[in-house]
Design a protein around this ligand. Structure first.
Ligand SMILES: [Zn+2]
Length: 397
């Protein structure tokens, strides 16, 4: 099929990425790979690609991944991969990008590897890559604190902003680790923030001055509050941040990437004790309630899976994150918006919405919306500018 002959797409259901109602039986009329108009399919008499038994939706984005990490849930392998060579990590990055493509995840934001390999891969692949990588390069943490695998630390006596400037690699995002991981021994106990407000503020201001955005790993009330006061653009995780922070985020429009899947995966992870797994399950339940409140308050919730964590597989993790967001009260259309339009806005990417004037880029799922997001593990096709992408191969039936 070519752009010249393909004039119209007849879709059984359309989820357009705006979060609005799912439309039934529509025709997308195309012009040179762009959507010219979306009309009622009932009265359409012209030729059209028949997808009348399928749902179409924009390609997906995972706004929080670590491409260098395997999702292996084998504790021994996880310990070993932390010592992987650069070549082994590059192989893993490519593997993870293949998994993303296989699940219709066509853009990811990589939030940290200490060697900056994902950012190097983003530059190497360029704009023709089947999966676009937006990357932070290595993140920043405080010497002796959480984040060694993903970040580096300023030198003794050096401020965070000075360190960022000294080692600037041109990556479009700055990633700051501002708290620890969630405590799996004591429910809800937050780690102390890593950086003071003044240091955070100066680093974020430096990033903004360079045209970068700043993402902050923050769990707990104080770490999130400081990140918000410092002016960061997205809060990653935000476990136990509390209602006051959610209200601040709703008012300021700062994005929240609540990363539910890794906690779900930890609740099953064989590398933990039964007591730790039980706390992970409680953390997840608590976070789902925070998402419910955040959604009610109007917080900009963005889908990110933290893929690379134990049991969190690139690509497929988006399907699981969408299901958990729906468990927290988002409708299917709202969950899809968090992984399409809202994620694209955060990442500064055009598209990821199906509307007149936009590229005809979409996923085809041969199912009604009632089988979503589950059926995302089996896509029928990926279309870019109205043409089926030959780099995607549907699973063999
Ligand atoms: Zn992460």
């Amino acid at each position: 099929m070519t752009q010249a002959t393909q004039q119209a797409i007849h879709a059984g259901w359309l989820i357009d990425g705006s979060g609005g109602p799912i439309r039934r039986n529509v025709v997308l009329r195309l012009n040179r790979g762009k959507i010219a108009e979306i009309v009622d399919g009932e009265n359409w008499r012209g030729p059209a690609l028949d997808l009348s038994r399928a749902t179409i939706l924009p390609p997906l984005i995972d706004a929080h991944v670590h491409l260098w990490l395997s999702a292996s849930a084998d504790p021994e392998y996880r310990a070993k991969q932390c010592q992987a060579t650069a070549e082994e990590m590059r192989w893993q990055i490519r593997q993870n990008l293949d998994y993303c493509l296989a699940h219709g995840v066509l853009a990811v934001r990589d939030l940290g590897d200490r060697h900056g390999l994902a950012w190097a891969e983003a530059k190497r692949l360029g704009s023709d890559a089947p999966v676009k990588i937006i990357a932070a390069g290595p993140g920043w943490h405080q010497e002796g604190r959480y984040g060694t695998l993903f970040a580096r630390a300023p030198e003794a006596g050096e401020t965070l902003a000075a360190a960022c400037q000294r080692l600037d690699d041109g990556a479009p995002w700055l990633k700051i680790f501002q708290s620890g991981a969630n405590n799996l021994k004591v429910f809800g106990q937050a780690a102390k923030p890593q950086f003071c407000l003044e240091e955070m503020r100066a680093a974020v201001a430096w990033a903004h001055g360079q045209g970068k955005k700043a993402a902050t790993h923050a769990n707990g009330e104080e770490a999130v509050r400081l990140a918000l006061e410092a002016g960061c653009d997205s809060i990653e995780h935000g476990y136990f941040m509390g209602g006051a922070n959610l209200r601040r985020m709703a008012a300021s429009g700062v994005a929240w990437v609540p990363t539910l899947v890794p906690m779900r995966a930890l609740a099953d992870y064989p590398g933990l004790s039964a007591a730790e797994r039980a706390i992970a399950a409680k953390n997840l339940a608590h976070q789902i309630e925070q998402v419910r409140l955040g959604q009610r308050l109007g917080v900009k919730i963005v889908c990110g899976s933290d893929a690379g964590c134990a049991g969190v597989i690139c690509g497929d993790a988006v399907r699981e994150e969408l299901a958990l967001l729906m468990k927290a009260g988002l409708t299917l259309a709202e969950a899809v918006r968090s992984a399409t339009r809202d994620a694209a806005t955060l990442l500064g990417l055009p598209g990821f919405i199906l509307a007149p004037g936009e590229d005809a880029d979409f996923l085809v799922v041969r199912a009604s919306p009632a089988q979503l997001p589950r059926k995302l593990f089996f896509l029928d096709a990926i279309y870019r500018q109205g043409e089926a992408d030959s780099r995607y191969h549907p699973p063999v039936r």
